[in-house]
Write a protein that binds this ligand. Structure first.
Ligand SMILES: [Zn+2]
Length: 468
């Protein structure tokens, strides 16, 4: 763990072991480690022309600094990053600037070493930040640290193997995430799920040894009577694909198929730790999509909590099934003022968008605009895809009400198909958005993040709650 501290000291008052980071206007890949006259080390790195600096480049720059420090095995670094005379950053204001700095430092220091037998003897021990003087800026920086820590908690949960993060263990991770805060966790077990007639969540999870759960985190920071926002996260703790088993190369990373659930848990951690004066409820339908004599079959018909029947044409389209029941539950028991679900729902979203942005599908133009705009602000990018009723006809089942994939097995627009399926279960009046975050499940080349889970879109969900 890297300590990130604010200091009132000037650079030359810091301990000698502290390497000063100096940003030049050279190209972003330029860097040099130099010794100054007083025997201190300075790491000079190119940040490009100040006038060309953008919000997106700034986030990458902050991560690059930490990555460079790690690759040079620097143990202590010191930074002084004002808006540096960059017009685009000055536009955003200092609170945005310092919060983003803290968030991105946290993200870049993250390492996942749980399963490594030998711990590295090198660590970046401390990052000292000089020059933040205003109380509001310090507060923004602190908020950023809490946010970044919650993102990293999310990454820990998502990076953990399926055998160590079964539904019951995901429930424990949710409890741990908000322990010591005023958030409350309720866990509905398999018996309760069946009693509530959540036939879709039951169908997906019944074949596994660790049975399905509905994990609920309630946080009431505002007046009890004001309706909460519902955040729903897909919690498939391991996805073998079921009897429609996944091929080699597409299964080994499916312990991360609960990344949406992990993100919702991480968001609640940040909300609770920041003590936001908002009402939010998180629901994580958790199940392992396993293969056994008890598992669902392709062709089975399950009755959802909404009463609609679903023909399971493909057992690997299971995320939408568990989400559908959680959406019905959320609407029935919480009457939320808005609903957002987050899921690693489809590989098709990667085909459509590549690895740099999540997809957002909603019928609410204002919710769509808001999520895209916040994504640009936080770096958890979102890009819209259509959610039109025209797409519904491909899911019309012969034997049941709806099929969980296109009835002719066409593979077109799979990300839209996933959202369309969910729209059958969406609340009628409440604005609802579906975020397919499969493109951002794992970090991609150029992200300046370690390999593995990204912890997206915690920052965007959090900002959404803050401003809702
Ligand atoms: Zn699947």
């Amino acid at each position: 763990m890297t300590k990130i501290t604010l200091t009132t000291k000037e650079f030359d008052q810091l301990p000698k072991q502290c390497v000063k980071i100096v940003l030049t206007e050279d190209k972003p890949d330029w860097h040099r480690l130099v010794e100054t006259k007083d025997g201190r080390l300075e790491y000079r790195m190119g940040a490009g022309k100040r006038k060309d600096m953008t919000v997106r480049k700034y986030r990458t720059l902050v991560r690059s600094i930490v990555m460079a420090a790690k690759s040079h095995k620097l143990t202590h670094i010191a930074l002084q990053l004002g808006p540096m005379g960059c017009p685009k950053l000055e536009e955003k204001g200092s609170k945005w600037y310092y919060r983003t700095l803290a968030e991105q430092l946290q993200l870049a220091t993250y390492e996942f070493t749980t399963y490594k037998s030998k711990k590295s003897d090198y660590a970046l021990k401390e990052i000292m930040i000089c020059g933040i003087k205003k109380a509001a800026d310090k507060q923004a920086f602190k908020t950023g640290l809490i946010t970044g820590e919650a993102v990293n908690y999310t990454r820990d949960v998502a990076n953990t193997s399926g055998e160590d993060m079964a539904p019951s263990q995901l429930a424990e991770a949710a409890k741990k995430a908000v322990s010591g805060t005023k958030a409350k966790v309720k866990v509905l077990d398999h018996k309760k799920i069946k009693q509530l007639k959540m036939g879709l969540l039951d169908a997906v999870g019944k074949g596994a040894k660790d049975k399905p759960r509905l994990i609920i985190i309630e946080y009431f920071g505002a007046a009890k009577k004001s309706a909460p926002v519902a955040l729903i996260g897909k919690g498939i703790t391991y996805d073998s694909g079921g009897l429609n088993v996944k091929p080699t190369g597409a299964m080994h990373d499916m312990h991360m198929d609960m990344s949406g659930g992990a993100a919702v848990i991480g968001t609640m951690r940040a909300i609770a730790k920041l003590g936001l004066k908002k009402n939010v409820v998180a629901l994580i339908p958790a199940a392992e999509n396993s293969i056994s004599a008890d598992c669902m079959r392709a062709g089975d018909i399950a009755t959802s909590m909404s009463g609609q029947t679903v023909e399971i044409l493909h057992t690997d389209a299971e995320g939408r099934l568990v989400l559908a029941d959680a959406m019905t539950y959320a609407e029935k028991y919480y009457q939320p003022k808005a609903m957002i679900d987050v899921a690693t729902l489809t590989g098709a979203s990667l085909v459509a968008l590549g690895q740099k942005t999540s997809a957002v599908l909603t019928k609410s133009k204002s919710l769509q605009d808001k999520l895209v705009e916040i994504g640009e602000d936080t770096g958890d990018l979102m890009w819209p895809l259509p959610l039109w009723d025209e797409y519904k006809s491909s899911l019309k089942s012969t034997r049941a009400d709806i099929a969980n994939i296109a009835v002719n097995f066409a593979r077109w627009g799979g990300c839209i198909e996933g959202g369309t399926f969910l729209s059958f279960f969406a609340p009628k009046k409440t604005p609802w958005a579906h975020i397919d975050m499969a493109p951002r499940m794992e970090s991609a080349a150029g992200d300046k993040l370690v390999k593995g889970a990204t912890g997206e879109p915690v920052k965007t969900l959090l900002r959404y709650i803050e401003t809702s």
